[in-house]
Write a protein that binds this ligand. Sequence first.
Ligand code: ADE
Length: 242
Amino acid sequence: MKINVLTLFPEMFNSLNHSIIGRAIDSGLISINYTNIRDFSQDKHNRVDDYPFGGGPGMVMKPGPVFRSIESVKQDNSRVIYLSPKGKVFNQEIANELSKEDHIVLLCGHYEGIDNRVIEEYVTDEISIGDYVLTGGEIASMVIIDSVARLIPGVLGKDESFMDESHYDGLLEYPQYTRPREFNELKVPDILLSGNHQKIDEWRKYQSIKSTLINRPDMIEKKDFNEEEKRILDIIKNEIRK
Ligand code: ADE
């Protein structure tokens, strides 16, 4: 997958050169290129923002530098994503969908936003990473890159599966433990040491459903449960009522 990031602050992305994403870049599974939108300013002071028409606080990113920076990277098949608190809220489903694309352009705004003509002309998706306002789209772009890149085949090692984790199948992940068996008098649940894999699977399913019910009842509403899961959900609901 090829990713082009359009930003006024390319140096903010240095943190992506580490760990799993750094490895994916080094091995060529993803390539990320950064373009400084300011390089496309034709203003003698390199200005990229101006006052909003109609008045109001703050500054707006001018269309010219942004148009030209998009034109410099865009291909016919590109998804051009503008990060904005007004966008559709990002989730695992969108991450899955984006992980199948060949080319993604991430457009990071600053100030009060970007001249709307850019959005009308080029943007295919406007995405928010949550219901809060950041100072710019850079951190949101990094969230998208991290969550999408790890879904590309080969990026996670064979021991780092995303099949069991939170949000993969509409439930939150069960709790995990590792050695030692006892730490500061705190014990690992006996069942995980039992070697009985059927019982372990049942315990994990129970824990997954329980934490989803407590922390994310909205996900319980949406999930299509099988008969066994419905039975476990009823048990948990009864326990909580007591
Ligand atoms: N830019 C500012 N706030 C944002 C948010 N919540 N998501 C994506 N981009 C943003």
